[in-house]
Design a protein around this ligand. Sequence first.
Ligand code: 5GP
Length: 200
Amino acid sequence: MEQSSPGLLLVVSGPSGVGKTSIVHEVVRRFRGEFSVSATTRAAGPGEVDGRDYHFIDQTRFQRMIDAHEFLEYAQVFGRSWYGTPRAPVLAALAAGRVIVLDIDVQGAEQVRASHPGMFGIFILPPSEEDLLVRLRARAREDEAAIERRLAESTHEIARARSDGTFDAFVVNDDLGRCIEKVCELLVSRLGAGAASTRH
Ligand code: 5GP
């Protein structure tokens, strides 16, 4: 288990297209927190910036980071690309008493829960499956087959998140503004409660 520290490790998970990115960045801004930039073996998409959205690295480098125990968690997401959270920036933020926000999948959240039992886990739900499909199509990042696959994976991920006890709260993103408010409220009450807690 990692050493306890005064900051807060916030893990936000949820299906692709559910609006996690907007939520996470707004939380980071409001709490003067830090976004944990993951490493990934997938290629950068349009508009994505290396070092800001992800560290885009190749499989060899990813494996080297695994071997050197540089990841707090890592997983192969959708059975395709690899994604991992570099450990050092997370520990540095926690040691500095900051809120560090991870946007990772359920497998990753489970690993973080095991090493940091005091993490705060929020799972973002779409209002409905139809709604998620509309959002995935609107992103226009993928072809229809890939979108259908993501939808099936989302259904599976939601079921896994609901059953495994990794998440402290589930928030439906039916309206982005309201969802952000709800997430911030949860965080405020957790940070308040954290003052009296030793769990990290
Ligand atoms: P995308 O390729 O759409 O950016 O992300 C695909 C999925 O990978 C998302 O659910 C995202 O939360 C997850 N993900 C991003 N970074 C990490 C990471 O470092 N670790 C894990 N386990 N999942 C990640």
